[in-house]
Structures are given as structure tokens and as C-alpha cells.
Design a protein around this ligand. Structure first.
Ligand SMILES: C[S@@+](CC[C@H](N)C(=O)[O-])C[C@H]1O[C@@H](n2cnc3c(N)ncnc32)[C@H](O)[C@@H]1O
Length: 370
């Protein structure tokens, strides 16, 4: 949508605003666009830690970082420490004899190996043999334990690691369920598991170090409904809330564990941490979403900023639709409506049962307080 009307509207409206606020910043596409293309300070929120790490990796800096120095400090040290690990030797031994015919039993042996207790970090026991190979899982744990102590370098490395995990993970797009070693999927597991997170991080670290805002901004884990009360009439607020009836934290728990650096016991086919460790949004609960929308709109109206609200036009699985948003918002705002054609992610669909992305009509609503 940034190429399809949203980007130009944001640039136009930002001219009249002192600050840009993204209340549901997610993977940070809109933040990155606004931070690079405007000189307005950006304030971002999300319930998920991993989103805030990605946001800070752009908003906390107004110049590039030198990736070569960080690479030496962090990636070399992680590479050295994994080599010394007893579990690394075991994991390497296991992966030397793998071929496609024995892929299923290889995956099973990997799962068994990753049941051995590791005190390096959370990834080995939680996700090794499922989302990641034993070698990858141990590497992510060493990357976590060798993160720089403070400041922007730490954030850049955390962001690089999160993006690297998305590129290595053996799951269909999101981390709701790992791929299983079936006849058709096993080749994708082996392919994903071959990627060395340290090599992938070299690239993602370069990408992250290059990106920065024009003006310093801030990002926090917080609830958009509460934050909406505290905004200013001179803000331009971007609102892109959930449209699915399934919690985002079900799809992003692997990234969340990497952002937090810890997780408790995991269960189920998706290796989910407990509900207490997975942020719950009223917008992703069909019984609560309409009330959440009403509160959000009332709080926005009370603080008085200009709002750009995007939402799929038709009915969504959380019970909301663009039409409902429009009806509720009319009470408080004067609204310009634009409809654009797009594709939206079904979060976790694969071609067998559900398409991963569907055609949709998206509303872009420009809302000014009455
Ligand atoms: C549709 S996505 C946003 C995508 C984002 N615009 C991007 O560019 O990636 C919705 C996001 O809202 C977050 N979220 C859900 N409920 C929230 C709440 N009450 N407060 C803040 N963030 C919330 C989810 O964690 C998810 O990241």
C-alpha cells in the first residue's frame, strides 16, 4: 500500500504534522518509509518486543553504524564460542550424513538431541529440531549470549538476528508451526537448515547498520488504546490494527523469544511458550474487537490528531471490516475514503488448505477530528 497511495498520503500529511506516530508498528515497514522520507520525529508502539527492536533499529539513530567493527566484536565471538561447545560437536556429527531419503529420521534425531539440556540460551531446547537445525539453534543461542552490552549496537545486532531468523526458519512464512518432514516438505526443511545464521547475520547486520532515521524517534512496547489518549493534535497518527481473529503472538513467538532472550517451557505442534509470554490483543479477539475499536477511536478523538487508518474493506476473521471502522469513526471524524486493491497475508496459510496471500480491497481513511 505504500506504493499504492498510502506513501504519498503520508508524505503530504506529514508536512502539516510535528510528529508521526505508528500505533501498531508490526514489522516496521511504515516506520522505515516515514523515517527515511520525512524529517519528522517518529513515535512507535506495538505489543510485541520484536517489533520494538526492529523499530528502534531505525528510529534510535540518525547516522549509519560501521558494520565491520560490530561484525568482528559480535559475529566472530559467537563463532568462536559455538566451536568450543560440546553440543556443537554433537550437532555437527549428526548433520554430516544427511541425505534426502533419510531426512525424516534425521529430523527425529535432531529433535532428540535438542532435548539435551543447554544453558547457553533458550533456542536450542525450545526450537532446535523444529524451526531450526541443532546447529542453527545453538548458533542463535551463542549470538544471543554474545550480544554487545548496550546502546545502538546491541539493538542493531538484535534486529539483524531477528531478520536472520526469518530467513533461516523452516516454516511457511510465519512461525505458527514448523514444517514437518513429510514427503513434500522435507526438502524445504533441509534447505532452510543449511543456512548458517552467522553468514546470514553478516548480510542482515549490514542492512540494519545502513538504515537510520532523519530525526531521532522512540519506540515502546505498549497498548495502542492507552497511548492514543496521550497524543497531540499536531501529530499525524498511522493506525493499522490486526484484522485476524488469531493472535499475532501465535505467529511470531520465535522472533519474540529472540527479542527477549528467554522463554519458558514450550508446548504443542507450534512449540508455543505459555499464553502469559504471548501478548494478547483485544483486536484479535472476535468477542472484544469492536469494543477495542470504539475505545481506540474515542481516545484518538479526545487527543485530536489527524489519523490515517488502513483496514481491509470486507469482513475479517476478527469480526471487524473496513465498513465497521468507517461507521464507528464517522461519529468523531470527517473522513476521506480511498479504496486500493492489494494482497493481504492470511498469516500462515499454505497452498494446501488456504492461500498464503489473498486479493483484497483495502481502505485508506484520512480522518480529521470534527
Ligand atoms: C497489521 S499489523 C501492523 C503491520 C505494520 N503496519 C507493518 O508495517 O508491519 C498489527 C500489529 O498490531 C500489533 N497490536 C495488536 N494489538 C495491539 C495493541 N492493542 N496495541 C499495540 N499494538 C498492537 C500486533 O502485534 C501487530 O504487530
Amino acid at each position: 500500500m505504500l506504493q499504492n497511495g498510502l506513501g504519498s498520503l503520508m508524505l503530504e500529511e506529514s508536512k502539516n504534522a510535528k510528529r508521526i506516530v505508528d500505533l501498531f508498528c508490526g514489522a516496521g515497514a511504515v516506520i522505515k518509509f516515514a523515517a527515511e522520507k520525512t524529517d519528522r520525529s517518529i513515535l512507535a508502539f506495538d505489543l510485541q518486543n520484536y517489533s520494538i527492536v526492529l523499530a528502534k533499529s531505525i528510529l534510535n539513530r540518525i547516522s549509519r553504524l560501521k558494520s565491520e567493527e560490530i561484525e568482528k566484536e559480535w559475529l566472530l565471538r559467537a563463532g568462536e564460542s559455538r566451536k568450543q561447545a560440546f553440543l556443537w560437536q554433537k550437532a555437527q556429527k549428526l548433520s554430516t550424513k544427511i541425505d534426502m531419503r533419510s531426512a525424516r529420521s534425521y529430523v527425529e534425531r535432531c529433535r532428540e538431541l535438542c532435548e539435551e539440556e543447554s544453558d547457553v540460551g533458550p533456542i536450542w531446547n525450545a526450537y532446535g529440531g523444529y524451526y531450526f537445525s541443532p546447529e542453527q539453534a545453538l548458533t542463535f543461542d551463542h549470538l544471543l549470549s554474545e550480544l554487545p552490552e548496550n546502546g545502538n549496537e546491541r539493538i542493531a545486532c538484535q534486529a539483524a538476528m531477528i531478520v536472520a531468523a526469518m530467513r533461516c526458519v523452516a516454516s511457511p512464512g510465519h512461525t505458527a508451526q514448523p514444517l514437518q518432514p513429510t514427503r513434500t516438505a522435507k526438502k524445504f526443511i533441509i534447505e532452510s537448515w543449511k543456512r548458517d545464521p552467522i553468514e546470514v547475520c553478516k548480510n542482515t547486520l549490514k542492512e540494519v547498520c545502513e538504515q537510520h532515521a532523519q530525526t531521532l524517534g522512540e519506540a515502546y512496547v505498549s497498548d495502542a488504546i492507552e497511548e492514543a489518549k496521550k497524543l497531540k493534535s499536531s501529530d499525524l497518527v498511522f493506525v493499522d490494527p490486526p484484522y485476524t481473529g488469531v493472535q499475532y503472538s501465535r505467529f511470531y513467538h520465535v522472533l519474540e523469544t529472540l527479542a527477549r532472550g528467554n522463554c519458558g517451557t514450550v508446548t504443542g505442534v507450534g512449540r508455543y511458550p505459555s499464553l502469559a509470554e504471548r501478548p494478547q490483543s483485544a483486536f484479535s479477539n472476535a468477542g472484544q474487537s469492536e469494543e477495542a475499536l470504539k475505545k481506540l477511536l474515542a481516545n484518538l478523538a479526545q487527543s485530536g490528531p489527524t489519523v490515517i487508518f488502513t483496514f481491509p474493506e470486507g469482513g475479517c476473521s476478527n469480526g471487524l471490516s473496513g465498513e465497521i471502522v468507517l461507521q464507528e469513526a464517522k461519529e468523531y471524524f470527517l473522513i476521506d475514503k480511498k479504496v486500493v486493491k492489494g494482497k493481504f497475508s492470511t498469516l500462515g496459510g499454505n497452498k494446501d488448505k488456504r492461500e498464503p496471500r489473498l486479493d483484497s480491497s483495502e481502505l485508506i481513511l484520512l480522518m480529521r477530528p470534527k
